[in-house]
Design a protein around this ligand. Structure first.
Ligand code: ARG
Ligand code: GLU
Length: 721
């Protein structure tokens, strides 16, 4: 045993000094013991229990899920939380208007009284996690079909979660791992009083915008500050003036030491989803069908958004968040395709599948189960993929039309009203819901944009639908072919759902018999016909396919773990808390090109000098400060280090995750991956995959020197050495 360890250490040491040491995987904190030796070899000075400990405090107590899709970290004993600017973007936008444009100007609360509340925004802290595999699997009979199995799993999961909630004190849920080979219970505390403390102007927080998105070198101050509030007992509470700053069990000391090449790093957060085990057929489909369709359609959407946003400031603010969202995946898909090609991913997968198949055929008792699995996958994908494509197309083209999404929401009202004896109480509840939703919908709605989007999306639907074309699209095609504008014009002229006034009027004076008006509405009809195709034809098949998919992959991941029993396979990301680790290091992205791991303030000026690039525009104040190299006490080797890259395996959801050094200090905040890494959800490449972080020193510099908010630094524990 000892010998093996020594050998492992030696090999790693050689590896460390000459090559990239990126480590694939996003690990469950409660099992981090398995990785701790390797982590320590790379420079971690802490023990497994320092990272995760249910019986005492540990780093995990300073990590939160921010909203639904991001992570955040506590950096003061008074509940001060740091996450990404792009994670707070929607919230910052919601406080912004043409007069008070916090997106453009930034926002800083000069004291706690000036912090801005954000109804609906939640902060989720993990209390504990528990392996409940045995208890879940106990209720499953091997003879159950997949539907029965799902039902049984759902039932026992609910029971386990309900017990863990302790009469509503906590939130809890059971998640499957390795496609249902294992199950874990997660118990959470949810905080609902979360206030905006500070956000830099977009020219800092979103510097480089979509031009630089998913790319290195990067110079973005992509951070924002929030504060979590609790009741007097430090327990979660709805927003109230009487609430007090939440006292976290742990908060990160903030490093002002400056990152150095080969420093140990770990990223602790809530990665959303990866697909590490996909078979070759699935990868081929993504590369050849799904991504190209998504890229093509979104290219057109972005073009329309951009043309219209350029026309008015109001529209620019209204569509800022939508634009960022559409463009983000659009660009990632392009990078993903490039990366998968470069890795020859389909053939690499095929090779593994051949190996697996041979192993399965070997005739031992152990491999018996897996015989024929690869053939089953092949057949499965032949049947399933057209359905999957139709589903994706509905989301990309159908639901990109905003009025379609809005009109869909009226379906329930129509159903309730058209019953024989309409239940007025239920109808009233529905009306209230619709009023609220209309209010938020129209705040960021521009019907000129949506009219153009609708025409373009219908054309795309026609182009891509293939065999599985919704009848409504088919009809439009035979009537109008590509010149769909007259139809769209009519929808927008006749529908009362495209104007806030008319919608509110309808809802204010609503009587159950009015449902016919909705039913006759042009936008509603179009939305309903699309939806009835999706729910009538695609969804039912999809559910069947999904459960089949789970059962195939459950067997496959189980088999892989037997076949390669010396390899520690990580469970795909699924929105649960994970740890990734690596170190600060550059890479060689292309022939003759080397990436250094740091960018500096000078680089901001270099980019800003390209006057024609809107996304590189900075304020005069920033320009002057950088030109005069006014770095305060936040320089590293005389430079202001803005961003750095490191070899941690991360994905969407890791935005806002703290990047932590070997001593457990906060050295930066994760916000992106490089272009060469974007395929890492499907296939990881240690030579290329780098996450991108904002240096903690740059965050401190912006807060202190740029914004003059030193009171915020005073509440932090800033580490110099
Ligand atoms: N690519 C990063 C992520 O996936 C940043 C996205 C926000 N930035 C932007 N320019 N759209 O979320
Ligand atoms: N920007 C991503 C997010 O919002 C993180 C980058 C990635 O996907 O790795 O979570």
């Amino acid at each position: 045993m000892l010998k093996k360890k020594l050998l492992f250490g030696l090999i790693l040491l050689i590896f460390v000094s000459f090559r990239s040491v990126a480590v694939e995987g996003m690990w469950l904190p409660s099992l981090i013991e398995k990785n701790i030796e390797e982590m320590q070899m790379l420079g971690l000075e802490l023990e497994a229990l320092d990272l995760y400990n249910e019986d005492g405090t540990s780093l995990k107590d300073a990590i939160v899920r921010f909203g639904r899709g991001c992570t955040g970290a506590f950096i003061s004993p008074d509940g001060l939380l740091v996450t990404n600017h792009h994670c707070g973007y929607g919230v910052i936008q919601s406080h912004s208007s043409v007069e008070n444009d916090y997106l453009t100007e930034g926002f800083w609360a000069a004291s706690r009284d000036e912090e801005l509340p954000n109804p609906g925004l939640t902060i989720t802290l993990l209390v504990r996690m528990e392996n409940v595999t045995a208890r879940v699997l106990e209720t499953i009979d091997p003879n159950m079909d997949e539907r029965e199995r799902n039902r049984a799993v759902r039932e026992i999961s609910r029971t386990i979660a309900d017990e863990a909630k302790e009469d509503g004190r906590y939130e809890a849920m059971v998640n499957p791992f390795y496609y249902g080979n294992e199950y874990y219970l997660f118990v959470y505390n949810i905080y609902r009083d979360v206030r905006l403390v500070g956000a830099p102007p977009s020219s800092i927080g979103k510097f480089g915008g979509d031009v630089d998105n998913w790319m290195w070198p990067r110079h973005s101050g992509d951070f924002a500050l929030f504060r979590v509030y609790a009741d007097e007992e430090n327990n979660p509470a709805e927003y109230s003036n009487d609430n007090v700053p939440f006292i976290p069990d742990h908060f990160f000391p903030v490093s002002n030491r400056g990152p150095e090449k080969h420093d140990f790093t770990m990223v602790y957060g809530f990665p959303g989803s990866t697909q590490r085990y996909l078979t070759s057929d699935a990868v081929k489909y993504i590369v050849e069908s799904e991504n190209p369709m998504g890229i093509d359609i979104r290219t057109r959407v972005l073009q329309i958004y951009e043309q219209e946003m350029a026309k008015s400031d109001e529209v620019r603010i209204q569509y800022a968040s939508k634009h960022a969202g559409v463009s983000n995946a659009w660009k990632r898909w392009m990078g993903e395709n490039r990366g998968l090609h470069r890795l020859d991913a389909v053939n690499v997968k095929k090779e593994l599948e051949r190996e697996f198949d041979q192993w399965a055929q070997s005739g031992s008792m152990e491999t018996e189960l897996y015989r024929g699995l690869m053939q089953a996958f092949e057949q499965y994908y032949t049947e399933y993929l057209p359905n999957r494509f139709a589903m994706r197309l509905y989301f990309e083209a159908g639901r990109r039309i905003e009025i379609v999404r809005f009109a869909e929401q009226f379906a329930q009202l129509v159903t309730l009203s058209s019953e024989k004896n309409p239940d007025q109480e239920k109808i009233d509840v529905e009306i209230e819901k619709l009023k609220r939703s209309a209010e938020s919908f129209f705040r960021n709605y521009n019907s000129d944009i949506d009219r153009r989007i609708m025409a373009e999306m219908i054309r795309q639907y026609m182009k891509y639908a293939g065999e599985m074309v919704p009848p409504v699209i088919n009809d439009l095609q035979s009537k109008y072919d590509e010149n769909i504008e007259p139809f769209v014009e009519r929808v927008f002229k006749r529908s009362s759902l495209v104007s806030e006034e008319q919608v509110m009027e309808l809802l204010e004076n609503y009587r159950p018999r009015h449902y016919r008006r909705i039913e006759r509405d042009h936008a509603f009809q179009f939305a309903r016909e699309l939806r009835s195709f999706v729910f009538g034809e695609i969804m039912p098949a999809q559910q069947k396919y999904d459960s089949k998919l789970d059962s195939l992959y459950r067997l496959y991941t189980a088999g892989l773990r037997v076949m390669k029993s010396d390899y520690n396979f990580f469970p795909d990301a699924n929105g649960t808390l994970r740890i990734s680790y690596g170190r600060v290091e550059g890479s060689y992205p292309r022939d003759a090109v080397q990436f250094l791991p740091f960018t500096t303030g000078d680089g901001i000026l270099e980019k800003a000098a390209q006057n024609e690039v809107e996304d590189y525009r900075i304020s005069e104040r920033l320009e002057t400060m950088l030109e005069n190299r006014r770095y305060g006490s936040f320089a590293n080797h005389d430079d202001l280090v803005v961003n750095f890259i490191a070899s941690n395996h991360t994905t969407g959801g890791n935005s806002g995750s703290p990047v932590i050094d070997g001593q457990g200090n906060f050295i930066g905040i994760n916000f992106d991956r490089s272009w060469e890494s974007t395929m890492s959800d499907i296939m990881f490449d240690p030579e290329q995959c780098r996450n991108i972080a904002v240096n903690s020193q740059y965050i401190l510099w912006v807060i202190s020197q740029y914004a003059g908010m030193d009171y915020l630094l005073d509440e932090m524990n800033i580490v110099l050495e």
